[in-house]
Design a binder for this molecule. Sequence first.
Ligand SMILES: Nc1ncnc2c1ncn2[C@@H]1O[C@H](COP(=O)(O)OP(=O)(O)O)[C@@H](O)[C@H]1O
Ligand SMILES: [Mg+2]
Length: 275
Amino acid sequence: MSGEKLTPEQEIELLKRQLAQAQRMAALGELAGTTTHEFNNVLMTILNYAKLGLRHKDDATRDKALSKILAAAQRAEKITNSVLGLARNRQEEFAPTQLSQLINESLVLLEREMAKYRVNVRCEFAEVPCVRAIGNQIQQVLLNLMTNARQAMPSGGELIIQLAHDPAAKAVDLTIRDTGSGIPREQLPKIFDRYYSTKSGPDETGKGGTGVGLATCKDIIEAHQGRIRVQSTVGRGTAFTIALPVYQDRPETSLPLPKLGVPTGETSLSAASDS
Ligand SMILES: Nc1ncnc2c1ncn2[C@@H]1O[C@H](COP(=O)(O)OP(=O)(O)O)[C@@H](O)[C@H]1O
Ligand SMILES: [Mg+2]
């Protein structure tokens, strides 16, 4: 029996793996909640317009009802594709990844929530190459950052998502910028700490308040040999920038060590004005 006892190091390793697994399940659960919410909304639209079309016999009303139903069904199709996109990427392997596609799939899931909180979404995508990424992990990062941005703008604002190519660093920069509360300079060094949160608990949508969002983002980006940086100005807003290595279609051995490949200490914090 005693021969099977784990060393403290093995026990820590095991607990770490279990924690990572629990985090993946929690993210999946949150996503299931968001998706069900969105689907329910689409269904209500379809039901209501189908009833309207049956009640009113005139062509104009029926045409309107049918086009509303068509639009709702098309939206349902987009939502399904987003979730299928996640399922496609479930193999947890690094692959050439189009960030614009991942961003669009994430936005489909949060579209209604953003509209509800009067958050205007603007995408500014430059032409960028594929990055080397595990799609669903990056999607989780996007959902976390977009949700934080939305929560920083309780009375509405702008969410700006930018893609830019940085050929010198062989990287693609993805920026998620909000016009929200901003983060006080003295809090900036703490925001990536696990369990650090300034929120009193989950909001009406069941999100936030646990302080695991940014810690998870940092873990994922570091495992991608990327960087995550933040710039924030109180009262003006916050911008998180993720740099991910461009996918290189060459054997691993001939890969030059990416500039941003140093796995630790790459999270740079800055309190500089974000524009
Ligand atoms: N876009 C943002 N604007 C303002 N503050 C933010 C933003 N993103 C993160 N923060 C701050 O960082 C903290 C940690 O974020 P996170 O790890 O996602 O945990 P949680 O959202 O559960 O509080 C938040 O509680 C908040 O104080
Ligand atoms: Mg969060």
